[in-house]
Design a protein. Structure first.
Length: 416
């Protein structure tokens, strides 16, 4: 079997954790980044109403859905978006794959980056260029790193995927950082996929899109998987700049020859996700309040250790670097990120996803921590009465236990 077609590391980690649970072990699932919140009732009710819809629909997405998405994003970007430049797909993952397939460009990725971009390029026989980033800047790619890389590597006119808020780091790019990057992007004539799947899960910073600074080169990807907790609905959106209309036609062609269309009931239900409503506004504000408090607690705990971590500002993640414990870990034959996560899982039952899954060099002692192992439904109901990290603790026992276990585990190494 072709190596690049193996199961993605996030899913295999989840399976391994489930196996341990079946054997009676308690596993704290910090490895898998799925929204803990229920899908908003409004969307569920709408889906029920449309369950009878059985027809194939246009591959690009039904016009009334693209219109509601266009109204929504026109106000987010403060720029009129033509519904004909919007394409719907079964998840943004599929859309990103289709874009890579259609463009067939060299892929440029900051290291670390989300797990699936690079395997998709590999499957398509495309070259990936990894650019190292720095923990001091929350592992965000900066303009100098991109510019310098392009001086010694032929990446002009390639495809850069930028993801903010970021998976795996939880970092959010600022407008200054994006402006500086866009100057280099223009100089190198790159195409950018701005993966904004966590754009509405930006709990401790302001979300800014790189589309604001170089829109003719930017394809936006988003969907319902993260903010609406609807990963299994498989619904994604791409906004294609008018300068790339040929790409749009290719994407519609790929859709029509592969998945045909997003399931009809999902398309009709998704209209409500983009139309203005108090229910959706309140849902988004509640999930972000919960996540901000949980992220604050995670930070407070990590602060008490010597683990380097990224400030969790958006999404569900913080990225850890155990470099300060390298010598102590080496005494226990832990010299790579996967050694690290395996030993942690075996010793404590805490599952993290190792840095090599995100394209980082094996020898780095990095791992992603997803802080979503809690009952999101319960917290959504309670959040009106919760105002501090202290108040939230009774609702996040596994987060508390998991962080204590990590701290205890690593401190034991330091004294040995
Ligand atoms: C950064 C990032 N992009 C894209 C996706 C894919 O999301 P979906 O295909 O469910 O829209 C994910 C899902 O984990 C993600 O974390």
């Amino acid at each position: 079997m072709r190596q690049e077609l193996r199961q993605s590391p996030t899913l295999s980690l989840n399976n391994l954790s489930l196996q341990l649970i079946e054997k009676g072990k308690e596993v704290i699932k910090f490895g898998f980044g799925q929204s803990p919140f229920p899908v908003p009732d409004l969307l569920v009710e709408e889906l029920k109403l449309h369950a009878h819809n059985k027809n194939y629909l246009p591959s690009q997405g039904i016009p009334e859905l693209r219109e509601s998405i266009s109204d929504y994003y026109s106000s987010i970007y403060n720029d009129a978006i033509d519904p004909s430049d919007i394409i719907i797909g079964p998840g943004s993952k599929q859309l990103i794959f289709s874009i890579q397939l259609a463009l067939r460009k060299k892929l440029i990725l900051p290291s670390p980056s989300w797990v699936s971009y690079n395997p998709q390029a590999t499957m398509l026989g495309l070259e990936t260029h990894w650019i190292d980033t720095d923990s001091k800047n929350g592992w965000k790619l900066n303009a100098n790193q991109l510019d310098n890389y392009a001086k010694s590597n032929d990446v002009a006119t390639g495809l850069l995927i930028l993801n903010s808020p970021n998976n795996p780091t939880g970092s959010v790019y600022t407008s200054e950082e994006l402006q500086a990057l866009s100057a280099v992007i223009k100089k190198l004539k790159l195409i950018v996929i701005s993966d904004e799947i966590y754009g509405d899960v930006c709990h401790s910073a302001d979300f800014v899109s790189i589309r604001n600074y170089c829109k003719s080169q930017v394809i936006v990807c988003n969907g319902l998987s993260k903010w609406a907790g609807a990963g299994g609905w498989r619904f994604g959106v791409s906004i294609i700049p008018e300068e790339l209309r040929d790409l749009k036609n290719l994407l519609i062609g790929i859709a029509s020859e592969t998945f045909s269309c997003v399931p009809a009931p999902i398309q009709y239900a998704a209209i409500k996700a983009y139309q203005p409503s108090q229910e959706i506004v309140s849902y988004k504000s509640k999930i972000n309040k919960v996540l901000a408090l949980v992220a604050d607690y995670v930070r407070e705990c990590l602060e008490k250790t010597n683990i380097i971590y990224s400030f969790p500002e958006g999404g569900f993640y913080t990225y850890l670097d155990f470099e300060n414990y390298r010598d102590q870990l080496a005494h226990h034959n832990v010299t790579t990120s996967s050694d690290l996560t395996q030993k942690l899982l075996r010793d404590t039952g805490v599952a993290l996803l190792s840095g090599d899954a995100f394209g980082q060099k094996d020898r780095l002692l990095t791992a992603r921590l997803a802080y979503v192992d809690f009952d999101g439904k319960e917290l959504l109901n309670a959040i009106g009465h919760i105002n501090s990290t202290q108040d939230i603790l009774e609702y996040i026992p596994k987060i508390e236990t998991g962080l204590n276990k990590i701290a205890h585990w690593i401190n034991n190494f330091s004294i040995k």
